[in-house]
Design a protein around this ligand. Structure first.
Ligand SMILES: Cc1cc2nc3c(=O)[nH]c(=O)nc-3n(C[C@H](O)[C@H](O)[C@H](O)COP(=O)(O)OP(=O)(O)OC[C@H]3O[C@@H](n4cnc5c(N)ncnc54)[C@H](O)[C@@H]3O)c2cc1C
Length: 454
């Protein structure tokens, strides 16, 4: 199992219950993934549950995992960042991981089957001022709070699109921040298209209502069909400009307002992290929000024999869906019949995820808030004007050619930040799987040494 978030953790526990032996690898030192984050050990936090929904679900899984580790059925390999998967002939899988910069800090795990549960990362759409200190992602603000017990500022505007905004804003106000506005680019009307799908996930509605009630209690205004089109400040953000958007997310001239703040938490949804599988040729699908996810069948099988996927890698849908898919995938790997109730639960939650993705699909007009000098690739400091020049004057018609001509996407994050924006500005759209032979930086000494004999 690669990834010890809700999906991988649930899969490992269920697989061990069914009699399989598994290795559970994660780049981080602990289980829980992006959702069940732990306060850093030195902070002495005694009530991590207060920052989470469903913490008891996590502790239940963690207790079962501990029991399986004691019997030797699960090996938890924390601090193992997987950089490539290999399937040499008929000998099963080789999972290559780096543990650190020294040449001998590497591992290769052999397995008959692999489950990819590597989660997602945040979609960033640039705007003037987005690289100022004090501008963080919506999930980043959550992570600062849950893991570092700190707020990104005292007066924080929350903006972008997607359900994470409400979760982040409600956590921030509950932790003592002032949130003058939540600025959501869509009108939420997309949810109304499928009342049957909504009615089938009452717990999701209760969760949403809980966030709404927290915002009401703290007097937070929810501004729909609007976006932060500029962040102002010199050393750090001191204010943002919010404008109304038309149905395509084009800013409506004359509607701009300025809001003073010392932080901005902004995100436009999540993108599945699937390069370990796409590099081997696994088939993908485009989700209703334009993201690329792994194509899986009803038992979570990818198109590569012996490779399963669960959670956000199959399309972003939240922790409950990730857990259901992890359990289902474990049954499939073990060759056990899928419990009917679990199949139904997964179907209900997956349908909701598709509805949510459609409701928050970014409109093409977001490029209307860019200026020629707005940096798109922040690692390599490539502004809009250089990308426009590559497309309009040098004939680039896709993100890869733009990258070769401008260096956009060649920096440390390897295009995870700017990729969607560059693809959109190059006119190629967003729906293309990334190709990354190494999914993370690996010291050359470890590559040169070849796989360890394990
Ligand atoms: C920054 C961020 C903040 C979020 N905050 C919230 C929130 O506040 N509320 C909410 O409802 N949802 C939130 N979400 C969404 C939520 O985290 C997911 O829905 C849920 O965790 C999905 O579970 P998962 O197991 O599919 O993936 P994840 O929880 O993302 O777990 C994936 C795991 O895989 C590991 N991993 C990734 N790549 C590798 C690799 N190459 N090698 C080894 N390990 C790897 C990661 O370290 C991680 O532990 C957030 C997501 C992100 C990205």
């Amino acid at each position: 199992m690669i990834g010890a978030g809700p999906a991988g953790l649930a899969a490992a526990v269920a697989a061990a219950d069914l009699g399989l032996r598994c290795a559970l690898l994660d780049a981080g030192p602990r289980t829980g993934g992006q959702y069940y984050r732990h306060p850093a050990p030195g902070l002495g936090a005694t009530r991590p549950d207060r920052l989470h929904h469903g913490w008891s679900v996590y502790t239940g899984l963690a207790d079962r995992l501990a029991a399986h580790r004691r019997t030797g059925r699960v090996d938890l390999l924390g601090g193992h960042q997987v950089w490539a998967l290999e399937r040499p002939a008929d000998t099963g899988w080789a999972v290559h991981a780096t543990l650190g910069p020294a040449a001998d800090e590497r591992a290769t795990v052999r397995a008959a089957a692999v489950l990819l549960a590597t989660g997602a990362y945040e979609r960033q759409l640039p705007f003037p001022g987005w690289t100022l200190p004090g501008v963080v992602t919506a999930g980043g603000a959550q992570a600062m709070l849950k893991a570092g017990l700190v707020l990104p500022g005292r007066r924080i505007v929350v903006a972008g699109s997607g359900p994470l905004l409400l979760a982040a804003a409600s956590s921030l106000v509950t932790a003592g921040a002032e949130v003058p506005e939540v600025v959501e680019a869509t009108g939420y009307l997309g949810y109304a298209r499928r009342p049957d799908v909504l009615a089938a996930v009452p717990a999701k509605l209760v969760e949403g209502a809980g966030h709404g009630a927290a915002l009401l209690r703290h007097g937070v205004r929810l501004r729909r069909r609007s976006a932060v089109v500029e962040a102002h400040g010199t050393d750090r953000v001191t204010a943002v400009t919010v404008a109304r958007l038309d149905a395509d997310w084009r800013p409506v001239p004359g509607t701009e307002r300025r809001i003073a703040c010392d932080a901005l938490a902004v995100g436009h949804g999540l993108l599945p992290q699937i390069e370990l599988a796409t590099e081997l040729g696994a088939a993908t699908r485009t989700t209703p929000d334009g993201a690329v996810a792994l194509a899986v069948d009803a038992r979570l099988r990818t198109t590569l024999p012996g490779l399963w996927a669960a959670g956000e890698t199959c399309g972003v849908g939240g922790a409950d869906l990730a857990i259901a898919e992890g359990e289902l995938a474990a049954h499939a790997v073990a060759g056990a019949p899928a419990p009917t109730a679990l199949l139904r639960r997964r179907a209900r939650l997956r349908a909701f995820a598709e509805l949510m993705a459609a409701a928050h699909r970014p409109g093409p007009g977001w490029t209307g808030w860019l200026r020629p000098d707005t940096d798109v690739c922040r690692c390599e400091e490539v502004p809009v004007a250089r990308i426009t020049e590559a497309v309009e004057e040098l004939g680039a018609g896709d993100a890869r050619t733009v990258k070769l001509l401008t260096r956009a996407g060649m920096g440390w994050c390897q295009g995870r930040m700017c990729g969607p924006a560059v693809a959109c500005l190059s006119g190629a759209g967003e729906s293309r799987a990334d190709s990354r032979p190494l999914s993370c930086p690996v010291p050359l000494s470890q590559l040169a040494a070849g796989p360890p004999a394990s």
